[in-house]
Design a protein around this ligand. Sequence first.
Ligand SMILES: [Zn+2]
Length: 435
Amino acid sequence: MSLTKDFSQKFYQRLMGDYDSSLSEAGIKGERLAKRLAMLSEIGLTTEGGSSRMGFSKEERAAKELVKTWMKEAGLDVREDGAGNVFGRVQGRDKGEPTIMSGSHVDTVPNGGHFDGTLGVLTALEVVEAWKETGYQPKKSYEVAIFTDEEGSRFDGGFSGSAAMVGDLNREEQIKLIDVYGNSFQQVLEDDGLTVDGYFASERNKGEVVTFVEVHIEQGKQLEKRDLPVGVVTGIAGPCWLEVAFYGAAGHAGNTPMNDRSDALIAASQFIQQVERLPRETSPTAVATVGKMQVHPNGINVIPGKVTLTVDIRDIHKETRDLLIDKIIQLGNAVADERAIQVDYHENIRIKPVPISFAMQGKVMKAVEEEAFSAYLLPSGAGHDAMIIGRHLPVAMLFVRSIDGISHNPKEWTALNDCVVAAKVLKNLIEDLTR
Ligand SMILES: [Zn+2]
């Protein structure tokens, strides 16, 4: 047996090992979900047991083609747009009604996990599989979506598919992109059987789709801590990346007395330590992280003359996120004043957070409670296709418990019981939305 087959068989057995088969009901089947997760795990399998399916790669393409065959078997009307997004459609009873959509992505980060994205696509499809058994016919149309290149490992960006669907693109800038292998955007598209013109023509008419729902692994530990299989997402945080530079004076570590120094690293450390308390003082969902730092000249016997560092600042509400940015800048100024050194700031990105409406949160809560679980509310710190789509139409997100919060890693895991609960909650929600 090949290593790949061997892996996917073990993966399937591990999923089924602690599965409570009484959860398979009303047409939702844990065995089918497990089998599909396992089959997708074979595509782009790495030697460490992870998944490498970069956006627009032949692996992402193979994963899409496999899901397309399942979509067709489930009776969906399948089409692909110019951005490589795949849509499988169930025609609603009422032809005049707009469409409800659910899905996610099948690309992964290099050596990523087997649930990120994939679970959202497969649960969306499982809803249709269930309808085949229960005979449910939605009044509104329903589409299962696979969005291209969500992770952005190829162009250091991401959301290439969902952004094309909602028309959030700047053609001039997009066509200048060069991928990690040095290929042009046009070349990358053509290698995947797509064209630049087709890509920019894939925007869907406004009003055609009215709601988007995304099921996704949590990639954190909040649900695990509360012993809950799923959680209701309250909003998707928009990041701001701030680059901060402290300028002191480099000097000899031996010949400069302690009272005659402008040490940029001491100022930076004072700043970093205080950054930690600011999110808490600003909003319960805000976070800030100093993740990168460079010390100049970085010598063992030289007083640091310059330090640059990055602060990643997020919240699900724009007001508090922007307030936190201001507080961090004030902190930097105060530290620089106190230590008589210079500071400056450069903002790399500032993406608008996407709050999820209370009405949508309420619908998801109801769908969770129908499965007899308490509806726990939590924000999404990471970006998702729902963030891009949420700028244009109402979105909802359901998080599924991650083991130890591990993600973007071969160790990423979500128990099949939780995957099945998520599929059932999604089915409740989609039936509510398509009624
Ligand atoms: Zn994802």
